[in-house]
Ligand binder design. Structure first.
Ligand code: MOS
Length: 753
């Protein structure tokens, strides 16, 4: 009876994406693909200062230009409200000020007006003709943070023992500041809104990772009842967190549609993506570790700062993994924010844990060197028995196995710790090799979910939920779950997502959409089966006449008497046909774990990242040549999209280590590398062979299938594994990302000299 002893059913294989054909044929409709009759185009006017006031906004030329229907600004846009504080995952947005609310400019690129015209080209031309005069004020986009700048006293995220005293008396210590730069989400699909107001109701085609939240926020800000807003997001070209919560362009499109009585499309351009729709803020983190001479941790402090915008308080949450990663009696993790004249930051793939683990796992490597101890051994020595922060057992933690499996796959037994001591052979001959390892983890949660499953008289099943597929395979995973629970083949299962008319579902965030939908969909299937049993036993013509629903069992798409053998089973569609009923429908629900009181377990996924770099000191040429990733993400429902997630995340981790950084111009405050030529992302040429292993230990605390979900965890630890490898190859410790050639020239000069 206890779920603990239930063995989950076998996974139903490596199902390719059920929406794959729609995508490769171009039939999948993304938000900006919607072209409605009479649709107009909106193009925002962006501020060209980062701080100050608008003193004059001259629209006289713009509004006479060809095709222009309206030029909106503070004085003629109409009322927009602010959203009330959120409840759970409803009502969240990061930039809380509605567009055009006041004359103050707080960041470069802030929307100050918007032109609506018959074509995108006309709107673009007229937006350029709007003349804005500013009274500029001093601004600050500095990437050096001082503790004294903190908006408030630091928040104590974790605390145990007396870390300062323990650090002072520790035999071996390290104490360094690590930094990660502002990073911009660059999904291929730009943010877009197509808004259609029909005189009463809004239909909004949004690029959103959370249709339900978008509906709630937009209804509040537009000042209409929530049932008057329908949000649709059928396909997403990813988002990486940037599309979790609504941004001002969505309100501009919706309000313009209401003002003009026409559908309005607004597509955020690539350069605006660097200004107006969030970014991961710069982080600056001081980590101190103290250990006994034999490598037992005695003290750990982790004090982080991140920037936020002038109005909104975004905390990156770098302490996320600090409290539970290692066994250490004395620990403190704090965080605080500092203000800069930049757009409001937001979650980016692995918020908090990813930059936090760069700092922590770099420091652990530095400690291993100080101790003259193998970095894997040091981690194994400090493996905790429980989550010492929450004082709870882990639902399932296999970090030690991740390290050991990874070491085996990577060939760690050949590791020699001396800097520059490992030389390539074969294709790598003449190159110095650097090896690095880092641990990683990510929260494993779920959120409140409803879903409907219909068993249909045509022999198919339909599952629907107002969640959305960010591109990771949510359509496929829902099909997997229904297939597993009904025994139906996937080609008889229809999945409907991305529409607030459907039962409210989870955000595509936190890597928990899969873990969230599993219990609700299972509940819905079971209720649909109960409905089917009722149909099968009702009335004089029933298939199982004179029987009761409790006498029946469902398996492989068929119904039979519990005590009879499988050969007597009747296909469910025959039962529905006989009763002339179209569908047996079940509505499922699950409460989700996020924010639930009285937790009995600490829920996380774990992993180990191993990186090899090659280093050519004569030319300062550094390449990542190999990555081995071992992930303990619970049971993997479908290894194909799961592996895809981890590979993509590792590729982003390489970008974090070596390339990605949003640079704000010191004169203007503009993000100056605001395009895909200057903002360097990892390309195929930079991405090495990535060996992904899943441990596949079901986590039955999380849900009946034991699946925790994967995605964000694949990015955690990668940057530290790479900079640890860079140190091993070159002797240069890079504590501020990304690694720049300037950092490495030091090593080159030494070697060439
Ligand atoms: Mo993720 S940063 O929660 O989309």
């Amino acid at each position: 009876m206890a779920t603990q002893s239930t063995v989950p059913p076998k996974t139903n294989g490596r199902l390719p994406r059920v929406d794959g054909q729609l995508k490769v044929t171009g039939a999948a409709k993304y938000s900006s693909d919607y072209n409605l009759a009479g649709m107009l185009y909106a193009v925002p006017v962006c501020a060209t200062i980062a701080s100050g006031k608008i003193t004059k906004l001259d629209v006289s030329k713009a509004q006479t230009m060809s095709g222009v229907k309206a030029v909106y600004h503070r004085e003629n846009f109409g009322k927009l409200f602010r959203a009330a504080p959120p409840s759970g995952f409803n009502g969240i947005l990061d930039e809380k000020r509605p567009p055009f609310e006041d004359v103050v400019v707080r960041y470069y690129g802030q929307y100050v007006a918007a032109v609506v015209a018959l074509t995108f080209e006309q709107a673009t031309a007229a937006a350029r003709a709007v003349v804005v005069t500013y009274d500029a004020a001093p601004m600050n986009v500095s990437t050096r943070f001082a503790e004294s700048e903190a908006v408030e006293k630091p928040t104590e995220d974790s605390k145990r023992g007396d870390p300062d005293a323990a650090f002072k008396t520790a035999a071996v210590t390290v104490d360094h500041v690590y930094a990660t730069p502002a990073e911009t989400h660059n999904p291929i699909e730009l943010h877009a809104s197509v808004a259609d107001f029909d005189g009463q109701n809004f239909t909004l085609y949004e690029t959103t990772q959370a249709v339900v939240n978008s509906q709630n926020v937009l209804a509040q800000m537009l000042g209409v009842p929530v049932e008057n807003v329908r949000v649709i997001s059928r396909f997403l070209g990813s988002g990486f967190g940037g599309k979790l919560w609504p941004w001002p362009h969505a309100m501009i499109a919706a309000q313009a549609s209401r003002n003009l009585g026409k559908p309005v499309k607004l597509v955020v351009t690539r350069d605006m993506m660097f200004q107006n729709v969030g970014h991961r803020p710069r982080t600056q983190q001081r980590v101190r570790l103290g250990a006994s001479a034999d490598g037992k941790l005695v003290a750990l402090t982790h004090d982080s700062l991140n920037h936020t915008s002038m109005l909104d308080d975004y905390s990156e949450g770098c302490s996320e993994a600090t409290g539970y990663s290692y066994s250490v009696p004395n620990l403190r993790a704090t965080s605080a924010i500092v203000r800069r004249n930049v757009g409001t930051p937001t979650s980016m793939r692995g918020p908090g844990a990813v930059p936090g683990l760069f700092a922590l796992e770099s420091a652990v490597d530095e400690l291993a060197i100080a101790l003259k101890m193998d970095p894997i051994k040091l981690r194994l020595l400090n493996e905790p028995a429980i989550d010492e922060d929450k004082k709870l057992p882990f639902s399932s933690r296999h970090f030690v196995e991740c390290l050991n499996t990874g070491a085996e796959k990577f060939g760690w037994s050949r590791y020699t710790p001396t800097v520059g001591s490992m030389k390539g052979t074969g294709e790598q001959s003449g190159l110095t090799l650097g090896w690095g390892v880092a641990g990683c983890s990510w929260i494993a949660e779920s959120c409140e979910t409803s879903a409907t499953v219909e068993l249909l008289s045509n022999g198919g099943a339909r599952v629907s939920c107002a969640t959305q597929d960010i591109g990771t395979g949510t359509y496929t995973v829902l099909s997997n779950i229904v297939a597993e629970k009904t025994g139906l083949p996937n080609d008889r299962i229809e999945v409907v997502l991305g529409d607030t008319n459907l039962p409210p579902g989870p955000i595509s965030g936190g890597s928990w959409a899969t873990a969230s939908v599993i219990p609700a969909v299972i509940d819905a299937v079971e209720k649909a089966q109960q409905k089917l049993f009722a149909i099968a036993t009702a009335g004089p013509d029933a298939v199982f006449v004179d029987k009761e629903p409790k006498d029946l069992a469902f398996g492989e798409g068929k119904v039979r008497l519990k005590d009879s053998d499988a050969s007597t089973a009747i296909p469910f569609e025959k039962i529905l046909a006989r009763a002339s009923v179209r569908s047996a429908t079940g509505k499922g629900k699950s409460p989700g774990s996020f924010g639930a009181p009285d937790r009995k377990f600490s829920q996380h996924s774990f992993g180990a990242q191993f990186a090899e770099v090659t280093w050519e000191s004569e030319t300062a040429r550094l390449r990542v040549s190999r990555v081995v990733t071992v992930i303990d993400g619970g049971r993997i429902l479908n290894p194909k999209p799961a592996r895809n997630q981890i590979e993509g995340a590792v590729v982003m981790g390489i970008g974090m280590a070596l390339f990605e950084a949003t640079r704000y111009d010191a004169q203007s405050g503009a993000p100056i590398n605001n395009n895909l030529a200057d903002y360097i992302l990892t390309t195929n040429a930079d991405a090495p062979e990535i060996d992904v292993t899943f441990l596949d230990h079901p986590d039955l605390v999380i849900n009946a299938l034991g699946a925790r979900g994967v995605g964000e965890i694949g990015r955690a630890g990668v940057a530290a594994a790479i900079t640890n490898a860079v140190h091993h190859a070159t002797g240069v410790r890079v504590r501020e990302l990304p690694v720049r050639i300037e950092d490495l020239l030091e090593a080159t000069a030494e070697r060439v000299a």
